[in-house]
Design a binder for this molecule. Structure first.
Ligand code: NAD
Length: 521
């Protein structure tokens, strides 16, 4: 019901620029506390990936609309940043309750636009909800520091303060979790926020905005614009925006990092990945094979922490046939169908790209052990489905290894020893996530210490940190110096003011000017 209230059937221009009556609902902008229709002439189609039907149209916001959104953020900043921290905390306490009560509705909106299964979509919301829950500890998270009596009658202390208008640019693959990494953290610190969701999955962010409004956030503290490159450039360039959080591909992330940094903005940019799962021969076989298959093919491989590359060490090579059997048993279907293990890819272009990368592996001499291309899902023949695919005998120079596939494809390399596996992982430019499967503590310790990757799992296939920690992707998977959420997220969204004060008794008044550099000694 809420989705329908945020989308409205109306007259929209087709992409060719012609006006046409359409029954397809359009997504609104959220400006100054109101869900408003865009006046743009440029619209993008949003598809259901299981059917490729157009289910909504999303506007490319006009320059005027984007300016209105930033102005609204700027106008509300003064009062919001001065609002007591206890009031902000209360709003986010209500917000987490509202999200919790509406997980299923949020999940449905994700499945219809993004394609993932309903259970996986609930996980998407839940991981974002955990960040919102963490924001409710803001009264501790924003504490400054004090050091009394640094010299006679003199104390030093710091305040942690918001920085102004912040902005977020989100990808398609986690329509709830990633926006929830962004605006709640920033806003609870006293910043106002301009959000640009992925143009491919806007509905969930709109629902989250409505819920934040229902939680009592003042008008103008959160604004939402839609669009693609033009909206992104606008965010990078507008002088009122002080910090940008980006999650998405390397192509966009590196561009945004450079363009926005040039204007002195803070930027945190989480990007692509190639995550290796190292399988030692002493690992618990049952556990490892199930975890590998779940982490490679869950969400159709469209997770930045998907375990897309297995390195089988020594005797673990012989486990390949069983790996294939388990992958074969997964059920591919529309995400809202009971029993579906994985849904479709986001678009026909994504499917075509994944199929091309599979073929490139074959052409370069790898072995296709399980081929998910040409899969037909009865009743969903037009969907972007690719079934679980396993390619073995992969070598590091092959294209299917050097590129992020972002589909349900597990590529398999082999190594003779742990050292060889570590050196393979460390030669890869990405550093998002990795996992080792072993029953030997010393092996696990050596791996966690020597591997140059930001997030490491030991018998944990998808080691996404909880929000009291931070998401610590590294190397080519990250640009910036403070990560998303946790203590680093608070650091990103705040600045420090240091105060040194001296209160002397009257008889200790300074009698002569001190012209040398004060040493405070
Ligand atoms: P994407 O880069 O195509 O889109 C992300 C955002 O950037 C969107 O809002 C889009 O409008 C905008 N954008 C796209 N191309 C742009 C360009 N050339 N210039 C300026 N803006 C542009 O990413 P996606 O396909 O939506 O998401 C998938 C990617 O995101 C994968 O590479 C995945 O690994 C990565 N990802 C990383 C993390 C992480 O935390 N490291 C998490 C999720 C996804």
């Amino acid at each position: 019901i809420v989705i329908r209230s945020l989308l409205k059937k109306r007259l929209v221009p087709l992409q060719a620029g012609r006006m046409c009556y359409s029954s397809v609902p359009t997504t609104k902008l959220f400006i100054d506390g109101k869900f408003v229709d865009s006046k743009t002439s440029q619209w993008l189609d949003v598809h259901n990936p299981a059917t490729n039907e157009v289910i909504a149209r999303v506007p490319k916001a006009t320059q005027e609309e984007m300016l209105a959104a930033v102005d609204s953020c700027s106008r509300s900043y003064h009062s919001w940043s001065e609002t007591s921290i206890l009031t902000r905390q209360q709003i986010f306490l209500r917000y987490q309750q509202i999200i919790k009560a509406n997980i299923k509705e949020l999940a449905r909106s994700i499945t219809v636009e993004q394609g993932k299964t309903l259970a996986d979509a609930e996980g998407d919301v839940f991981r974002g909800l955990q960040v919102v829950e963490h924001t409710c500890s803001i009264t501790s998270l924003m504490l400054g520091e004090t050091l009394p009596s640094i010299t006679t009658d003199m104390d030093i202390y710091t305040y942690r303060l918001p920085i102004g208008v912040c902005a977020g640019i989100a990808p398609f693959n986690f329509p709830a979790m990633i926006p929830l990494w962004m605006f709640p953290m920033a806003m609870v610190c006293g910043n106002t926020y301009l959000m640009k969701p992925s143009e491919r999955v806007p509905a969930c962010t709109m629902l989250l905005a409505k819920m934040l409004q229902d939680a009592g956030v003042p008008d103008g503290t959160l604004n939402i614009i839609h669009g693609q490159h033009h909206a992104v450039n606008f965010i990078c360039d507008h002088p009122a925006i002080k910090a940008i959080s980006f999650v998405g591909s390397n192509q966009a992330g590196e561009y945004i990092y450079e363009r926005a940094s040039k204007y002195g903005k803070r930027v945190q940019s989480n990007m692509g990945a190639k995550n290796h799962g190292v399988v030692m021969p002493d690992a618990n076989k049952e556990n490892t094979l199930n975890q590998l298959v779940g982490a490679a093919f869950g969400a159709a491989g469209q997770r930045c922490m998907a375990l897309s590359t297995a390195i089988l060490v020594g005797e673990a090579r012989s486990w390949l046939p069983e790996l294939v059997e388990r992958a074969k048993a997964l059920r591919v279907n529309a995400g809202d169908q009971a029993g579906a293990d994985l849904g479709p890819l986001i678009s026909p272009q994504a499917k075509e790209r994944v199929n091309r990368l599979i073929q490139s592996g074959v052409d370069e001499g790898a072995k296709l052990l399980l081929d998910g291309r040409n899969l037909k899902v009865p009743g969903y023949e037009k969907g972007n489905f690719v079934g679980p695919t396993i390619i073995s005998n992969v070598k590091p120079q092959m294209k299917c290894y050097t590129e992020e596939i972002f589909g349900p494809v597990l590529i398999v390399l082999e190594a003779d020893s742990l050292d060889d596996a570590i050196s393979l992982v460390n030669s890869n430019p990405f550093g998002n996530g990795t996992a080792i499967f072993t029953t030997n503590g010393a092996t696990a310790r050596k791996y966690t210490h020597e591997v140059d990757v930001g997030q490491v799992g030991v018998n944990v296939p998808i080691p996404v940190p909880l929000p009291m920690f931070s998401f610590t992707g590294s190397q080519a998977s990250f640009r910036g110096d403070t990560n998303f959420y946790g203590k680093q997220g608070i650091q990103f969204y705040t600045q420090i003011k240091t105060v040194i004060s001296q209160w002397k008794a009257e008889d200790a008044t300074v009698k002569t000017p001190a012209v040398s550099m004060p040493t405070m000694g």
